[in-house]
Design a protein around this ligand. Structure first.
Ligand SMILES: Nc1ncnc2c1ncn2[C@@H]1O[C@H](COP(=O)(O)OS(=O)(=O)O)[C@@H](OP(=O)(O)O)[C@H]1O
Length: 286
């Protein structure tokens, strides 16, 4: 199966054996179960979040989306397989993985709780309408790459003049339905919601909140970010090394007729309200 992120599925490459026959890892020798998981949402900014969190010296991130709790073929391999997917760390470090599909997969909360009821969860959300357009754009490019046919956005969004409830991307943006599943297992205090719209516009304040939630020593600072005009997004500066996210992050979204956009905003109005009540916090969504 292809990865939602459109990223390489190759595992983290291990280093060749050192002269003494042992395998040397500059990042420590310990593989740990993640103490932190970024559970979603798809297209919420999960890659940006994990990269920004990795700026912190205490945090080490799994390179690829692991899809352990949501893919049966992976889950059946058991926890030892899950552990084998984790990066090498020093004992005092924390491990984080991100799989955006976890948030909307109903089996995942129970499975994760059974592994570790005290795990810290990060959920990055974005305006639900914007997320739908981003989701469409991702699928559009995937199909384009495979020379497959694609439908224009308006024909997937609307059916017989009404919002097409059968369009899967809409369901993924009904945040309260998925959040309810998580809150059956985890207390609100275990799930920190990152404002994905704010993370795009001004990443530092959002990352400071993440540091506080994870009880990390404050390390991430203004010099870690710079705005790249060409990309139109913030990029990262880590020990003087500058880098932006992959070109597949921050793509232009298709134009949608204002009347249809308005219908979408309206469609999400009630579900958004329910989400705000559920988490006891509001967001600046349309
Ligand atoms: N700094 C920075 N640089 C580039 N992109 C950024 C950044 N911060 C957040 N984002 C937004 O992240 C969106 C992709 O989200 P995900 O990484 O969660 O996508 S995925 O589900 O893993 O495919 C991606 O969505 P699109 O704009 O639709 O491409 C970006 O808007």
């Amino acid at each position: 199966r292809s990865l939602a992120d459109g990223e390489s599925s190759s595992p983290v490459t291990s280093l060749p054996p050192a002269d003494n026959g042992t395998t040397s890892h500059p990042n420590g020798t310990l593989q740990q179960f993640p103490q932190i998981i970024i559970i979603g949402v798809r297209k919420g900014g999960t890659r940006a979040l994990i990269e920004m969190l990795s700026l912190h010296s205490t945090v080490v991130a799994a390179q690829n989306e692991v899809h352990f709790f949501d893919w049966e073929s992976h889950f059946q391999k058991g926890l030892s397989w899950y552990l084998s997917q984790m990066p090498y760390t020093f004992p005092e470090q924390l491990t984080v993985e991100k799989t955006p599909a976890y948030f909307t997969s109903s089996k995942v909360p129970k499975r994760m709780f059974q592994m570790n009821p005290n795990i810290k969860l990060l959920l990055i959300l974005r305006d639900p309408t914007e997320r739908v357009l981003s989701d469409y754009t991702q699928v559009f490019y995937n199909r384009l790459q495979k020379h497959k046919r694609y439908q224009p956005i308006e024909s997937v969004l609307v059916k017989d003049g009404e919002i097409n409830l059968g369009y899967k991307a809409l369901n993924r943006s009904l945040y309260y339905t998925h959040m309810q599943n998580w809150l059956q297992y985890f207390p609100k205090e275990s799930i920190h919601v990152v404002d994905g719209d704010r993370l795009i516009k001004d990443p530092l304040p959002e990352m400071k909140k993440v540091e506080r939630f994870l009880k990390l020593e404050p390390q991430i600072n203004a010099s870690n970010f710079y705005f790249n005009k060409t990309k139109g997004f913030y990029c990262l500066r880590d020990h003087g090394r500058e880098r932006c996210l992959h070109d597949s992050k921050g793509r232009a979204h298709p134009h949608v007729a204002p009347a249809i956009l308005q219908k979408l905003y309206q469609f999400f109005h009630q579900p958004n309200k329910k989400f705000f009540e559920l988490v006891g916090r509001t967001f600046n969504w349309n």
